[in-house]
Design a protein around this ligand. Structure first.
Ligand code: ACO
Length: 371
């Protein structure tokens, strides 16, 4: 038995949800470029869950249900208020989604209908959990979801406590569409492994959040901003990046296991970042990002991934750095839940093998004879 490090190239499941073929990403067969251009996050959510785009009535119904299910139990608010204000928001989200199961009577019901209802509930509540913790750590009361709002609109409303601008809603909606699903990425794989033991949906999503948090996966968007802040001004970009590359440090937001010729989502985020830079008359982050791209691509041939330009987009929208990965999770829960439902439908325990590289057979040494 020989291990494939990082499972590179290993095909672990069959799935009809999203595909990456010849560098082209589709959700249910529809190119991400068309979805980014035309679809709302709720349309994508419906598409991922049901396999088809919704008609007007189905879309309106989903929007209504998302808002109706968005508020969180009072016990959860109390729990949030017991957390350290300095806690990492992804660690908080991981804990809160796990705790949501305790207040859901259907948590242990693995029937398909119950799983769909839970998928809706957890997706609807994630923006509320993230924004409620954010208000608490800043000493404010949380903002309740507002009926009649779209998912993106409501998230921004709950985050800032005021009517969001159409520019901000459009940008967040597009970012949510672009982050919704991505074939068998690490967090989705992790969620399917948990599901395959016939554990519950909340356990699977909790697993996925913990996996997304890492800087080699979803946590990279926050690290991109750390890098841009470290660089500070465009004239320092070359010196900082070259020093990092010489020290064999990874440049966050670049490279990808699957895409070798560029991530198709990155161009949409770059365009958004440019538009927001112009609108806010603050070109710093966008210009610095393009300069970093030029250097990293020139030096290493590496292209930006989805995380690179999302960092400047969220910064232009006035969003705090440690909320970037929670926003990723707010979107990706759509893909995770679609994969969880698909895994339950055609389940087999996921249990690979390990190539053993430890000691050979050795005798047991009694305690008093050990050095
Ligand atoms: N900066 C510098 N060098 C890099 C980078 C990078 N961002 N990415 C890959 N490389 C180099 C590696 O050092 C390695 O070089 P070597 O062969 O000389 O040792 C080579 O390219 C292959 O890299 P691996 O890490 O083996 O590639 P892998 O497929 O395992 O990793 C990953 C992919 C994790 C995305 C990697 O490119 C990386 O760490 N990028 C930075 C973190 C990041 O942006 N993650 C987000 C990915 S997208 C997402 O999850 C949403």
């Amino acid at each position: 038995m020989t291990a494939t490090k990082g499972l590179e190239g290993v095909v672990a499941v069959t799935s009809g949800i999203s595909s990456i073929i010849d560098g082209v990403l589709t959700y249910r067969g529809i190119n991400i470029d068309s979805l980014a251009e035309h679809a709302s996050f709720e349309e994508v959510l419906y598409l991922l869950w049901h396999g088809e785009l919704p008609n007007r009535a189905q879309l309106d119904d989903l929007r209504t249900q998302l808002i109706e299910n968005a508020d969180i139990p009072a016990e959860m608010v109390t729990q949030i208020k017991s957390y350290p204000k300095s806690a990492n928001p992804m660690a908080v989200l991981r804990s809160l989604v796990s705790a949501l199961a305790l207040y859901d009577d259907e948590a242990e019901d693995l029937s398909r209908d119950a799983n769909f209802r839970k998928a809706l509930r957890v997706t609807a509540k994630m923006p509320t959990l993230v924004t409620a913790f954010n208000h608490y750590r800043h000493g404010r009361e949380y903002v309740k979801p507002k009926a009649g709002y779209t998912f993106a609109q409501n998230f921004l409303y709950m985050l800032n406590g005021q009517e969001p601008s159409s520019t901000a809603v459009e940008a967040i909606d597009k970012a949510l569409v672009l982050h919704a699903d991505h074939e068998l990425n690490a967090s989705t794989f992790a969620s399917r492994v948990t599901t395959a033991t016939l554990s519950d949906l909340y356990s699977a999503i909790t697993t996925a959040i913990g996996t997304l948090k890492g800087p080699l996966h979803g946590g990279a968007n926050e690290q991109v901003m750390v890098l841009l802040e470290e660089i500070g001004s465009i004239d320092r970009a070359e010196e900082v990046i070259k020093a990092k590359l010489a020290a064999k440090e990874k440049i966050m937001g670049f490279g990808h296991r699957v895409y070798k010729d560029g991530d198709p989502r990155a161009k949409h985020l770059q365009k958004m970042s440019k538009q927001l830079a112009e609108l806010t008359e603050n070109p710093t982050w966008y210009d610095m990002s393009t300069k970093v791209e030029q250097i990293v691509t020139g030096e290493k041939g590496l292209k930006p991934n989805v995380d690179f330009y999302s960092a400047s987009v969220y910064t232009y929208l006035g969003i705090e750095r440690d909320l970037f990965t929670p926003i990723f999770a707010i979107s990706r829960v759509s893909g995770w839940t679609a994969h969880v439902l698909e895994q339950y439908d055609n389940n087999r325990l996921i249990r690979p093998r390990a190539e053993y590289v430890g000691h050979g057979n050795r005798p047991y040494v009694p305690l008093n004879e050990r050095p």
